[in-house]
Write a protein that binds this ligand. Sequence first.
Ligand SMILES: C[S@@+](CC[C@H](N)C(=O)[O-])C[C@H]1O[C@@H](n2cnc3c(N)ncnc32)[C@H](O)[C@@H]1O
Length: 259
Amino acid sequence: MEALGDAPASPAAAGGLDDALRAIDGVEGWLSPDQAEWLWRHARGVRAGGRIVEIGSYRGRSTILLATAAAAGVEIVAIDPHAGNDRGPQQIEGSASEGEADHRAFLANLSSAGVAGRVRHVRLPSADARGAWSGEIDLLYVDGAHRYRPARDDIRDWGERVRPGGTMLVHDAFSSIGVTLALMRLVLMGRRFRYAGRTRSLAAYTRAELPGGERVRNALRQSAELPWFARNLVVKVALATGLSALARIVGYRSREWPY
Ligand SMILES: C[S@@+](CC[C@H](N)C(=O)[O-])C[C@H]1O[C@@H](n2cnc3c(N)ncnc32)[C@H](O)[C@@H]1O
């Protein structure tokens, strides 16, 4: 693991949500203001001595949010190989130089926000980082590779380490095909995570042991998101093919990739 330095805490680190939103202003990435607020509130709820793990940091947008929200004494681990692949929407195959650029931007952004000393960066693919340390996770944020297999492995293998009552937040849920299939395979009918809702594509799950009847209700709550998933697929096809009229039919007027 790489500690990112001992930069002094910034005003953002001692401040509230508005300070945290200011700290990520201009930091590239995929985290809308409402999603940032969710992330902030969940991170704020982790007690001293607890652990937050992020999978997929990119240039530090969500990492800074987590680090500015977390109480003193909360460990924050950010896992991202910065290898250039699976960087973002429609960016599966990338180059090492793109990965290096992300890494440099990540370091600079955390430093500017004054949170470099709060974050341990593990520059490895999440599957290889599992042995880097042991112990439970209070808040897991999953936003790494979005293809089915790596998303499934992250949700299964890292989700397994979330403590009872802890939270798993998943970005691009009911939006990315790979992430959504992984959730349907592992969580929809599973008994370990209770679906707690979403803001856009940021879905929240609480680690639990669900009895039979609760599992059915849990599955129904998640299934109710499938029409929104279908709408996102239509939007993505429309944006990828330039058929903006198709996106407008489902009420989507932005040119931005939905997340
Ligand atoms: C969608 S971006 C993350 C966005 C970030 N959370 C934000 O707030 O902007 C996906 C990131 O996952 C990283 N990634 C790709 N494969 C990974 C893997 N196997 N393990 C961990 N991270 C991975 C990429 O390098 C990329 O930075």
